[in-house]
Design a protein around this ligand. Sequence first.
Ligand SMILES: Cc1cc2nc3c(=O)[nH]c(=O)nc-3n(C[C@H](O)[C@H](O)[C@H](O)COP(=O)(O)O)c2cc1C
Length: 406
Amino acid sequence: MNNPLTVKINDHLTYIGVNDRYTHLFEGMWPLPDGISYNSYLLDGKDQVCLLDCVKIPSVDEFLENIYSVLGDRDIDYVVVNHMEPDHTSSLPVLVERFPNIKIIGNKKTKDFLDHFYDLTENILVVKDGEEVAIGNTSLTFYTTPMVHWPESMVAFEKSTGTLFSQDAFGGYGTLDGAIFDDEINFDFYKDETIRYYTNIVGKYSGQVVRALDKLKDLDIKTICPDHGIVWRKNPGIIVDLYAKLAKQETENGVLVVYGSMYGHTEKMAEMIARSMAEEGISNIRIRNISEYPLSNLIAESWRYRGILLGCPTYNVGLFPPMANFVATLTKQKMKNHTLGYFSSYSWGGGAEKEFAAFAEKCGWDLLETTPNVQGSPKKEDIEECMKLGREMAAALKEAYPDQYK
Ligand SMILES: Cc1cc2nc3c(=O)[nH]c(=O)nc-3n(C[C@H](O)[C@H](O)[C@H](O)COP(=O)(O)O)c2cc1C
């Protein structure tokens, strides 16, 4: 049956994934303004057929329709579970029911998860790192990529065509709107969403990403088939380079000012600090109100800019709660190459400034000297302190990017 929604990648490989424009929050917390795709692939080795990764359960009917339209009444011999996260496996039990002879390919850790998630304990082929499994007239070789971004994560490589099935690595948010290949798509449409995906989902495991990239560097990769987003067949180097750059965290010239404010005192401080940076010639400045701007985007922007300035009022002897949450998130992100400044406001005993100082020590970024802590509305001398902090940030950026200030 002709189904234009299943797309041939090569003679024996077909894209059979689905788009999701209904889920508003990925993993229950990351906004999906452009939706997301759950990619799945059917590898036809003539005598044997193998499915690579599945989709989220609400799309199971469309998924099965795609499978049947490619396979007709043929059976499926294997399903590879490269990653156990339910957006790729919650349809697996239905698949197993429809294709009772199917063997699930995973590693030792996958086997454990299959039992705990879905009570699946039979017909599992456990593969080791580097093991090759014949799929009819072709084969798949499996490489474990632990913590990119779960412990059982692995990738599969089909060497006859140089196709890497990379699970969540090299993926991005955003549905595949008609086109699925990099040469059919304007990547500028997807780039920001790919970066936001990386920083939200994979970012804190960048060390493991670097190790995984190193492990796969000798493979002759011609096509990358991730579990979300674009299939890379023309220029896979673009997405590999982007991931490598993000993993190394090469920050760029600019400042992200994140503030929280209930009654405007801290907001005023943020505006003054930004003004003094602008007066010093810093042109990439973003001021974000933490109560209004999504955490997901704040993470992506803090990943990007070298300068990070955080400010908030004292709230019950500590940080304003949304800022406390952001600071805790930043601590877990393990980011590098940043210059940090902080500022705060209080009315009686204070407390936010101490928690900012504790964060500064933990993250280990370059810390600016001036840390204004203002009682109530900023007065003349407080304004001067804020301007001084801005000038210090400007000086740090000029030192970090001297070529841009010649
Ligand atoms: C719910 C609440 C709790 C506060 N807790 C403290 C506190 O523990 N210590 C303190 O010095 N000020 C406290 N404040 C006062 C604010 O930190 C202070 O008024 C600050 O200047 C407000 O800044 P903003 O205008 O940017 O919101 C609290 C204010 C509110 C509304």
